[in-house]
Design a protein around this ligand. Structure first.
Ligand SMILES: [Zn+2]
Ligand SMILES: [Zn+2]
Length: 261
């Protein structure tokens, strides 16, 4: 492990006010050689979360990229700085998402593709990781089975190169559906074997995301140790990321990581 490649900034409305430079300073203090900013790209849909704070504002994109560029130059002797996005895979919004990515092709290799929203028939987009309360409520409404199956299907679509050569080939926190797993009694029924095969066959990497350790109803990495082992056996590359939303979280728990990526 040489870098932290899943990092948010003050451009994120649910993050902290920490300046991007503060994240770099923490990275340097931890001896990291690379840092990749991956701010939540503006949503092409209306944000359906209660606070509507899932992603950065469209009018901030240029300022974000410019700040990343300036910091890359300023710190080039000390650390490699990349700037990409965490892109939401939104079923049915493939064209809009592709158009956004085509506008910023240089960010694609540094970006992450994440499933935070499921398109539930007749009820619209549902954010699976917003809060325990929202998740349990939706689980009651829709049924755990259905929700999980939909997650699996949505992941498979995200893993099918939905934006052609502009598709970010790193999948964010692949087990996010389990974020509140200790708040209910259901077992994980996702067919991870099929998912991992799709990851491998389509040349994706996995975001090895340490934020999960701090989630009170999960307390593990995304993916967890057992799944990491299976992925590694298949030759899938894992890319370390803290998913920091405040500068002090850069590189969090990386010492517990299982393989180098
Ligand atoms: Zn975030
Ligand atoms: Zn995410």
């Amino acid at each position: 492990m040489t870098g932290d490649n899943h990092v948010h900034t003050h451009f994120c409305p649910h993050g902290s006010e920490d300046e991007m430079e503060a994240y770099i300073k923490t990275a340097l203090s931890k001896g990291l050689k690379q840092l990749t900013f991956t701010e939540h790209a503006p949503l092409p849909i209306e944000d359906t979360t209660p606070q509507k704070d899932s992603a950065m504002r469209a009018e901030d994109v240029e300022a974000y990229l410019k700040r990343g560029e300036d910091l890359k130059e300023k710190y080039k002797e000390k650390i490699t700085i990349n700037t990409g996005f965490e892109i939401d895979y939104l079923e049915g919004m493939e064209e809009e998402t592709k158009t956004f990515l085509q506008r910023y092709p240089e960010t694609v290799p540094h970006s992450i593709l994440s499933v935070h929203f499921l398109k539930i028939p007749d009820s619209g987009y549902f954010c699976i990781d917003y809060s325990k309360e929202e998740f349990l409520k939706k689980m009651k409404e829709t049924g755990y089975e259905k929700l999980t199956t939909l997650y699996e299907e949505t992941l498979m679509k995200a893993l099918a190169v939905p934006y052609g050569k502009w598709t970010p080939k790193r999948i964010g926190h692949i087990t996010l559906i389990n974020k509140f797993s200790e708040a209910h009694d259901h077992q994980d029924t996702v067919n991870w074997e099929v998912i991992l095969e799709q990851v491998k066959n389509n040349g994706y990497d996995l975001d090895y995301n340490f934020a999960g350790i701090d989630k009170p109803y999960y307390k593990k990495t995304y993916p967890d140790a057992a799944l990491v082992e299976r992925a590694v056996k298949k030759g899938i590359w894992l890319v370390y990321g803290s998913d920091a939303h405040q500068s002090k979280d850069i590189g969090r728990y990386f010492e517990r990581g299982m393989n180098n990526g």
